[in-house]
Design a protein around this ligand. Structure first.
Ligand SMILES: C[S@@+](CC[C@H](N)C(=O)[O-])C[C@H]1O[C@@H](n2cnc3c(N)ncnc32)[C@H](O)[C@@H]1O
Length: 253
């Protein structure tokens, strides 16, 4: 079972249509403006998927570069109307040439796709290399403590768009001792006259807040501020929030 396969990527926008990307992008752009970032700022988004936030942010900032390790997700992102100051690349951070970004974002829990301390440290080091001296990084992450104390339940959703009708059953398997949440998606339905049947497995590595703070510090960032995720309004975080957003500033050497 793969995670971001061609078939899954094809239906990703419909399968995330319960998310309000417009409101999320507006909350984020307003926050960044309040932090002093104007229309001249350059933004890098790591794990941009099909680029939904990035398209909206491109209307508020000079340039947005979105990268994703899934060629399929980038391909579907590129099929949408082109936007002059939005660049989508199927690459990972280590192979990206551009640098000196004012803002690096990584939204909807990309960091929870990363397993193992070494890889996690390398991810934060790579982010630090891409952020300008005065830049910031903003990441959305699952709250490990909230998920482990109140385990997720099976969620069924139905999606419709024209002749596409999909049903998704998300079955969680929580392994608290290993801090892993495995989300098994069974997606069935019709795409016009073609049946759809996708099985997709998403391993979510539940990094503790303390670990993330430590990785940020080692990579040269200051202590982060914590908020609820964009989907929850980006309010100051509390213990019950299941998805969090952190904002950390690069420390000048
Ligand atoms: C849950 S999706 C989020 C996509 C998008 N940010 C959104 O809000 O819809 C996670 C994405 O992260 C990508 N990803 C995971 N690890 C990555 C990495 N190390 N570098 C780049 N992309 C990564 C996956 O391919 C996938 O498209």
């Amino acid at each position: 079972m793969k995670d971001y396969s061609a078939n899954y990527a094809k239906h990703y926008d419909l399968l995330t249509s319960h998310k309000d990307y417009e409101t999320e992008a507006r909350i984020l752009a307003n926050f960044l403006e309040n932090q002093g970032w104007g229309p001249e700022a350059r933004v890098l988004s790591v794990g941009c998927g099909t680029g939904s936030h990035e398209r909206l942010l491109a209307g508020r900032f000079r340039q947005v570069v979105g990268i994703d390790r899934s060629t399929h997700m980038i391909n579907f992102g590129r099929m949408k109307d082109p936007i002059e100051n939005l660049i989508l690349r199927d690459t990972d951070l280590a192979n990206l040439e551009e640098d000196n970004f004012d803002i690096v974002i990584s939204l909807f829990n990309v960091v929870n796709c990363i397993a193992g301390l070494e890889v996690l440290n390398a991810f934060f080091d790579d982010i630090a290399k891409k952020v300008s001296e005065t830049g910031i990084c903003i990441l959305e992450v699952w709250s490990s403590s909230a998920v482990i104390s109140v385990p997720p339940e099976v969620v069924e959703r139905e999606y419709r768009d024209g002749s596409v009708h999909l049903k998704r059953i998300a079955t969680p398997h929580l392994f608290p001792n290993d801090a892993i949440l495995s989300l098994e998606y069974q997606i069935t339905g019709d795409d016009g006259d073609k049946p759809v049947a996708i099985s997709s497995l998403h391993n979510i590595y539940l990094h503790s807040k303390e670990l993330l703070v430590c990785c940020l510090e080692q990579a040269g960032f200051g202590t982060p501020d914590w908020y609820s995720a964009l989907s929850e309004g980006m309010d100051p975080a509390d213990e019950e929030d299941r998805m969090l957003l952190l904002c950390a500033r690069k420390l000048t050497e």
